[in-house]
Design a protein around this ligand. Structure first.
Ligand code: BG6
Length: 294
């Protein structure tokens, strides 16, 4: 048995011999779906998500680059749309990475460079860069990694984040642990800084930027009704954003469907979003998240 890869209708999907499957949309290199061997979906995707390239995908794993949110005070980046252009650009499928030629796992590579940016976008962020985004699936886990290269002759600043929408049974019985004693910025309280005590539970809109107190290999764990379901480890990503829009924000978001879909999702988003990563000409930055089914 071999890994089955299809590339059609602007999507790439791969199925392992053991049945696990991942599907990636070229628009945004957005992972749309991750299923386990039993066919159970692990990611939340809005029923009204635009999959035709007309806007960023609401759900799955959007790639945020080169700005998290908007940065009106950061001149070089101030003109970019919310969460940057990577999630709203068409990426190229570079193929299956041959370095992992195993029959029980697969690594799919996607590329986006300044050369294939739409002209309008290029004008907003004139740097020469190359992105390689790799989506790796094995029976127990999904990993996504990003390599950013500065191909120009001037340095540039960027932020990046892997905006994973996890599918959960019921947000009211979800806990996120592994961020105990970590400082967080509360985006809903004028950027107030607090310290997390205990696990995170959800009882309203939540939008926080955590800087984990423990190292990247210490997993952030999502538990559903007391049972761990996902373990997330990070590589070179020093923040974790935790987001749930709750009733009003979901209702105000046109492509968020169904209306009560917020009950079935939580975003836990490893990123580098506090301050800026400065990348000198010729340099590269590499980062990843790895999600294991618990
Ligand atoms: C999160 C941000 O990462 O993304 C939130 O912290 C934001 O502030 C959310 O609302 C969704 O963003 P968007 O642009 O996809 O609606």
């Amino acid at each position: 048995p071999t890994v089955d890869i299809t590339h059609e209708h602007s999507r790439v999907s791969a199925t392992l011999p053991t049945g696990e499957r991942v599907e990636v949309l070229l628009h945004g290199a957005n992972v749309l779906s991750w299923k386990d061997a039993a066919g159970q979906e692990k990611l939340w995707l809005s029923e009204s998500a635009a999959l035709d390239g007309s806007k960023p995908v609401r759900g799955g794993i959007p790639v945020v680059f080169p700005v998290f949110g908007t940065a009106p005070d950061h001149e070089a980046t101030s003109k970019l749309p919310q969460h940057g252009f990577a999630r709203n650009s068409r990426w190229e499928f570079l193929g299956r990475s041959t370095s992992e030629g195993s029959s029980s796992s697969v690594k799919l590579d996607f590329g986006l460079s300044s050369e294939n940016l739409a002209e309008g976008v290029k004008a907003l962020w004139p740097y020469k860069f190359n992105l390689i985004y790799s989506v790796s699936l094995d029976p127990e886990s999904l990993s996504t990694s990003l390599v950013v290269t500065n191909d120009g002759d001037v340095s540039f600043d960027f932020q990046t984040l892997l905006h994973t929408y996890f599918k959960v049974n019921d947000i009211s019985s979800i806990e996120v642990s592994g961020l105990e004693d970590s400082e967080f910025i509360d985006k809903l309280a004028s950027q107030a800084v607090s310290k997390q005590s205990g696990a995170i539970a959800f009882s309203g809109e939540t939008d926080r930027i955590y800087t984990p107190a423990k190292g990247p290999k210490h997993p952030v764990v999502i538990s559903d009704g007391g049972k761990p379901v996902f373990r997330i480890v990070r590589d070179n990503l020093d923040q974790v954003v935790v987001w749930n829009p709750w009733v009003d924000k979901a209702a105000a978001t046109a492509d968020f469907t169904p209306n009560d879909g917020w009950k079935n999702m939580v975003c836990v988003e490893p990123g580098s979003v506090k301050g800026w990563q400065k990348l000198d000409a010729g340099d590269a930055f590499e980062a990843a998240q790895s999600i294991t089914l618990a």
